[in-house]
Design a protein around this ligand. Sequence first.
Ligand SMILES: Cc1cc2nc3c(=O)[nH]c(=O)nc-3n(C[C@H](O)[C@H](O)[C@H](O)COP(=O)(O)O)c2cc1C
Length: 304
Amino acid sequence: MKKVLALYYSQTGQLERIMRSTMSPFLGRDDIEVHFQEMRPVKPYPFPWPVIRFFDQFPECVTLDPPEIELPGFDASLKYDLVMFGYQTWYLSPSLPATGFLKSRYASVLRDTPVVTVIGCRNMWFKGQEAVRKLITAAGGRFAGNIVREDQGSRAETFITVTVWLLTGRRETWKGVLSPAGVSEADIAGASRFGRQVMDGLLDGRLARGDAVLNGHESAFVLQKYILVEEVATRGFRLGAWLVRLAGKQGAPLRVPLLGLFALLLGIGICTVIPITLLVLLVVSRSAGYKRWMQQQTLYLEGA
Ligand SMILES: Cc1cc2nc3c(=O)[nH]c(=O)nc-3n(C[C@H](O)[C@H](O)[C@H](O)COP(=O)(O)O)c2cc1C
């Protein structure tokens, strides 16, 4: 009997649905036992988000400052054959509940175990995944593959739709003009294909041997030009996070004007940094060094 742990956190239920679809091939079998576990923070996060609280999460997300996680009844000393780690990105970083779990005493459940990450987010997950892989390794886990489901619609579209969704709870903005916010139903259902591939690798021993079980180019497609955009943006985010934290802890009134400034700069940054970085890319992308770096980054993000 193989034992599998499926960890997740979800505000709207989207990531939970992606996880359940991914895990569907594992269910109802005599040879596999699956335990679903929500990574519950002691202080729940609101949904929809009040604007100030939404921006107030940014410094802690970026600096990987973990919230307290409490999982009554969860036994981290149990040994699993596979852990599926479901999370979403917040501010180009792992969501706070995901960081909270990976930095908590419960992370010992990952020790000496293959861990496959399952991401459901708008579309900017590269730096968050880098952080999660490091935290999995720090906890003694063995990263074994990546499955990503991104929001439907263009990048410009999703910037509007996800913001409206998170701040109002409405999935539809300008119905008929913009796609609904979030991952499409087809992509949620399609996650089961990758779940099956992971399950096959679990049953035939490839996972245990450390062999690849997923084709990362399919399960975690990387739009290469955004690798540099995230690299540039996270540097700005780190500086901003450090500045806001000087004004106090989450909820401190002094943080509000700095967060307002951050929100303004974020808006300006999106309209300027992204096009400028993409222009710079046109020039540097011809160099052999850049091509090598890009190839390494792509393979890493796809799960190699
Ligand atoms: C505070 C916050 C920040 C977010 N930042 C990002 C981000 O940087 N990149 C991204 O692709 N999605 C981002 N999202 C969207 C989430 O990754 C996710 O798609 C959405 O919150 C729905 O997830 P759920 O399963 O928790 O409902 C953010 C969401 C929140 C709440």
